[in-house]
Design a protein around this ligand. Sequence first.
Ligand code: CDP
Length: 250
Amino acid sequence: MDETDISFFKDGLRLDGRKADQLRPVKIEVGVLARADGSCYIEMGGNKVIAAVYGPREVHPRHLQEATRAIVRYRYNMASFSVEDRKRPGPDRRSQELSKVSREALEPVILTSFFPRSVIDVFVEVLQADAGTRTAGINAAAVALADAGIPMKSMISSCAAGKVADTIILDPMKEEDNFGQADLPIAMTPNGDITLLQMDGGLTPDEFQRAVEMAMKGARDIYELQRDALVKKYSQMVEQPGREEVHVCD
Ligand code: CDP
């Protein structure tokens, strides 16, 4: 099957009924793992992803230590049951690439110089995949870092745009990603500083411009949801009777 075999639009709407510039439904839950320092579960459409953050903590093996800053490790892993054809367990080239670009998307906002000789470990487990797992993983990891209390200059939010049937679309799902003409994931700060930009396929300069703008708009909307999820968790914590009092500043 290739893109010519698929009808991506019906009555102007996409295969799942979305408009071209519409995100899939997003659900974010903070602090879902008792033993992690910070954690987050996210659903972005058919993607189900969990992120766990540990640290800052001692580095093993020790030769990886940096004298003036914390190192950040990011492990993206896809469960073998997360995709249609069972994925062979363990690291492969794809997960190594996604781990690297995801770490690089987050590292610029983490105040690593506060924690010399330590490590901040980020684990991202994809439980169910439907295209956009790297963006979902980055969104969950950024929230989990905040939940762990790691000092950050800002949040990071991530979203992709794509091209199917010569139309620029937001947040491609699997059929659109696999059989479309282009996929362009980005990650950025709320100010619009981009920390990840990748592209598969081909876009004209004008299409590229529109796709980046669309993905940035999607990332801004996701930022609001990340913030809401954190605020929800911590305001409940303050209200819970019997807990140590927590002071929240405006
Ligand atoms: O997930 P993301 O879009 O960040 O990365 P991708 O490499 O473009 O993969 C797109 C999608 O292909 C994944 O989200 C999965 O739904 C699917 N996939 C798969 O079915 N089996 C794999 N071994 C890898 C990816």
